[in-house]
Design a protein around this ligand. Structure first.
Ligand code: AMP
Ligand code: GLY
Length: 429
């Protein structure tokens, strides 16, 4: 197969790294890609917002399978454009990608199909949002309906935070039309896990479980980010819980989407809170998680391109994804002042030295070439990943790798995996 991967982040670099090792792949392209992918794929300078241009390029390069990394092209209908031109693409059609693109659609879908999720009210005005927030009591969660680059969720603990949140959503309109409708939602307590499956419209196969670290600071403090690290497996999920999630969330979601004429083919990602009353849906995504994927795919054993092609054709093979017993960890190296206003352009050194450590692979995200130099071009610069026999060894190794990388002002969390180790014990996993 000739395969094209769309995207330019560390998640897509991990996908390229894995697909490059797929026995079924002869030729691999990435667009627009990043310097880290350049050794494993031929980069095409394409605009992910130009769906027709992407289809033209896929036809021109005789691509057999296009794999979409991020959500925006899926929500914009890249699946529909490619299908209309007879081009095979891995990812849901726009009608199915609504599960991520509209939090109101997803919430009402869960209510319609009895899928466990946080109680919520859908509101359109500041007054109704305020009334609903008081009804739920603090803490309460306010969510813009539409895509907001992962920033449209506001967890509100006090009156003054509520005032700020209502202002951002309805007055300053920080999220624009994405906040025309807002979910006011019960705040759930428990352990958060990411559960990802590949779906062919009827059947699903599960990815290894994972846990991601969203807040910028140690101990889960500070603002939410695009993700500061991850590990796989999640450890909080045993076989019984995995079965429960498949039965109560994944199965009914895939069946419900099919029943509503929105057959779901692609990645289905459920962000779940493991509550005292069982797993409940926080969100759905229509693509792989970032930075979960960087950990999860380090453990993949199989032919990822074949899995994606089979799912796209509606004939997923049972047991097509195997997982190494090793534990994987990922530490994100971020630019100074990320997430508020990351400073860009600083030189990056030490990537080769990090990868000289056995078990370490560095995935690029916010990097670009400036002549011979590698420089930072985004807030999350690199994902340093490691695999080892235990979580303690995997995180140690990832931190040793990250320690070899030098970027002026860069920062990372120092506690990826620490909370999990506290629960499972150092010698385990
Ligand atoms: P989302 O984009 O919906 O995943 O929200 C971002 C993050 O906000 C989630 O990963 C959770 O950490 C948190 N969150 C979202 N909804 C809730 C909720 N109902 N209760 C508690 N935390 C939530
Ligand atoms: N790690 C969360 C996400 O990809 O949405």
């Amino acid at each position: 197969m000739r395969v094209l991967v769309l995207g330019s982040g560390a998640r897509e670099h991990a996908m390229v790294h894995t697909i490059a090792r797929s026995p079924s792949v002869d030729l691999l392209y990435a667009a627009p890609g990043n310097p880290g992918m350049a050794g494993e794929a031929e980069l095409l300078d394409l605009d992910l917002a130009d769906l027709e241009g992407l289809a033209d390029a896929a036809a021109e390069h005789a691509i057999d399978l296009t794999v979409v990394g991020p959500e925006a092209p899926l929500a914009a209908g890249i699946g529909d454009v490619f299908a209309g031109r007879g081009l095979l693409l891995f990812g849901p059609l726009a009608a199915a990608a609504e599960l991520e693109a509209s939090k109101v659609f997803a919430k009402e879908f869960c209510f319609r199909h009895g899928i466990p999720t946080a109680a919520a009210e859908i509101v359109r005005s500041l007054e109704n949002a305020e009334r609903a927030a008081r009804k739920f009591g603090f803490p309460v969660v306010l969510k813009a309906d539409g895509l907001a680059a992962g920033k449209g969720v506001l967890i509100v603990n006090t009156e003054s935070e509520l005032a700020v949140a209502l202002d951002e959503l309805f007055v300053a309109r920080r999220f624009g039309a994405a906040a025309d409708r807002v979910l006011v939602e019960e705040c759930l307590e428990g352990t958060e896990v990411s559960f990802m499956v590949v779906s062919d419209g009827t059947r699903t196969e599960s990815f290894a479980t994972s846990h991601d670290y969203k807040r910028v600071g140690d101990g889960d403090t500070g603002p939410n980010t695009g993700g500061m690290g991850s590990h796989s497996p999640a450890f909080a999920l045993d076989d019984a819980l995995r079965e429960e999630i498949l039965e109560t969330v994944i199965g009914p979601t895939v069946a419900g989407m099919a029943a509503e004429g929105r057959e779901y083919r692609g990645i289905l990602y459920a962000g779940l809170m493991l509550t005292a009353d069982g797993p409940k849906v926080l969100e759905f995504n229509c693509r792989l998680g970032d930075p979960e994927t960087q950990s999860v795919l380090r453990r993949f054993d199989g032919d990822l391109a074949a899995v994606f092609a089979d799912a796209s054709r509606g004939r997923l093979e049972p047991g097509c994804m195997g997982w190494k017993d090793d534990v994987a960890a990922c530490v994100v190296v971020a630019a100074e002042n990320y997430p508020a206003s990351p400073r860009l352009g600083d030189e990056i050194s030490g990537v080769d030295e990090a990868e000289a450590l056995p078990g370490v692979v560095v995935f690029h995200a916010g990097t670009r070439k400036d002549g011979d130099r590698l420089v930072a071009s985004g807030g999350r610069i690199l994902s340093v990943t490691a695999i080892a026999g235990t979580l303690a060894d995997a995180t140690d190794l990832a931190y040793r790798g990250a320690g070899r990388i030098a970027i002026r002002g860069a920062h990372m969390r120092s506690d990826i995996g620490a909370d999990t180790l506290g629960k499972i014990g150092k010698g385990n996993g």
